[in-house]
Design a protein around this ligand. Structure first.
Ligand code: HEM
Ligand SMILES: *[C@@H]1O[C@H](CO)[C@@H](O)[C@H](O)[C@H]1NC(C)=O
Ligand SMILES: *[C@@H]1O[C@H](CO)[C@@H](O)[C@H](O)[C@H]1NC(C)=O
Length: 320
């Protein structure tokens, strides 16, 4: 009897260990058996969307980032407003800025069709679409860990407090990333996401009119398309080659041509200068570290096991 009880407890212990170690961890092979066509389908639609508009790659990468920083990578950013959902789309950093939602809708529709049922989460779609975007624009690849589930809630307030803003100085940026379990290297490497895409005038006006720490010719060029008053939404690229994943973002920081205050903050005499120098000279080092940090960011507080759900429509929670 005693030995049976011991055996039983032992089995129970092993079982719970197995649950902790296996089913609650993300894994690149999560959909291999349940829907092997899922990942190629996502890539295909991402490539198609980028062929139509190169900017979309950056927009999709940013969606994954803005998802992960608000209660983890759980597709909370995709939920539309309802009486019970306070949509993150209305948060300061996202309103009239976050884009690519229609592409995610298309991916979800196609993936559910080829899989025959909704087995792939919207959160995983964001993570894979971000990776595929980087690859399509010439950047590094990495194995995306999978098995995230989708939230049934969203929080505009959490988005407002967690998403970094473009006026932050280095210590605020470090603190902001630290709150997500990301270190200084992650901050610098992931900021390299600004090798892609565009920013609106109102996000960099202070920088090009107020800062001393800026190349004066660069400031004048940017001022031409971003007046002191008005023109809030006119666009400037975040680096000189917004459709190529390259090291130009870091080369620009070294030349004091960072577009956002938060970009130049990484190279302004502080503890991240050396890393910026390294990435500006060594594209391989940047690519490697970017891939590693993307995996780390994708690991932020995922919903797994029986938590959350697999949404049928990425824009709303399932109803039963
Ligand atoms: C470090 C703190 C960060 C701040 C303060 C910041 C801020 C911004 C701002 C203000 C914009 C322009 C938005 C607009 O004008 O509509 C932007 C765009 C962008 N951000 Fe960040 N960002 C940060 C980190 C990141 C990270 C970690 C990534 C991805 C790994 C990323 C990827 C992008 C991309 C790709 C765009 C261009 C989007 C497009 O063209 O649609 N950013 N960011
Ligand atoms: C979002 O932007 C629209 C303008 O397009 C504005 O009317 C609305 O008040 C903004 N929402 C928030 C929450 O700031
Ligand atoms: C332009 O942006 C600034 C800074 O965000 C804001 O204070 C101002 O109200 C905006 N102007 C218009 C016309 O939307």
């Amino acid at each position: 009897m005693a030995s049976f009880t011991f055996f039983y407890l032992h089995a129970l212990l092993l079982l719970s260990l197995a649950t902790i170690t296996f089913s609650h961890d993300l894994s690149p092979s999560f959909y291999n058996h349940v829907c092997p066509q899922a990942l190629p389908t996502i890539r295909c639609i991402v490539e198609d969307a980028i062929k139509q508009e190169r900017r979309m790659g950056g927009s999709l990468l940013r969606l994954h980032f803005h998802d992960c920083f608000v209660n983890g990578c759980d597709a909370s950013i995709l939920l539309d407003s309802t009486p019970t959902i306070d949509s993150e789309k209305n948060a300061g950093a996202n309103n009239n800025s976050a884009r690519g939602f229609e592409v995610i809708d298309r991916i979800k529709f196609e993936v559910d069709r080829v899989c025959g049922r909704p087995v792939v989460s919207c959160a995983d779609i964001l993570a894979v679409a971000g990776r595929d975007s980087v690859v399509a624009l010439g950047g590094p690849t990495w194995e995306v860990k999978l098995g995230r589930r989708d939230s049934t809630t969203a929080s505009k307030d959490t988005a407002n407090s967690n998403l970094p803003n473009p006026l932050m100085d280095l210590s605020k940026l470090i603190e902001n990333f630290k709150n997500q379990g990301l270190n200084i290297k992650d901050l610098v490497a992931l900021s390299g996401g600004h090798t892609l895409g565009f920013a609106q005038c109102f996000t960099f006006r202070q920088r090009i009119y107020g800062d001393k720490d800026i190349d004066s010719k660069f400031a004048r060029q940017r001022q031409a398309n971003c007046p002191m008053n008005g023109g809030n939404s006119s666009l400037a690229s975040l680096d000189p080659t917004p459709a190529y994943f390259d090291a130009k973002y870091f080369k620009n920081l070294v030349k004091k041509k960072g577009l956002l205050v938060s970009d130049q903050a990484l190279f302004t005499g502080g503890q991240t200068d050396d890393l910026v120098q390294l990435y500006s000279r060594n594209h391989g080092a940047f690519s490697n570290d970017f891939a590693k940090s993307m995996i780390k960011m994708g690991d932020i507080k995922p919903l797994t096991g029986n938590n959350g759900e697999i949404r049928v429509n990425c824009r709303r929670v399932n109803y039963y």
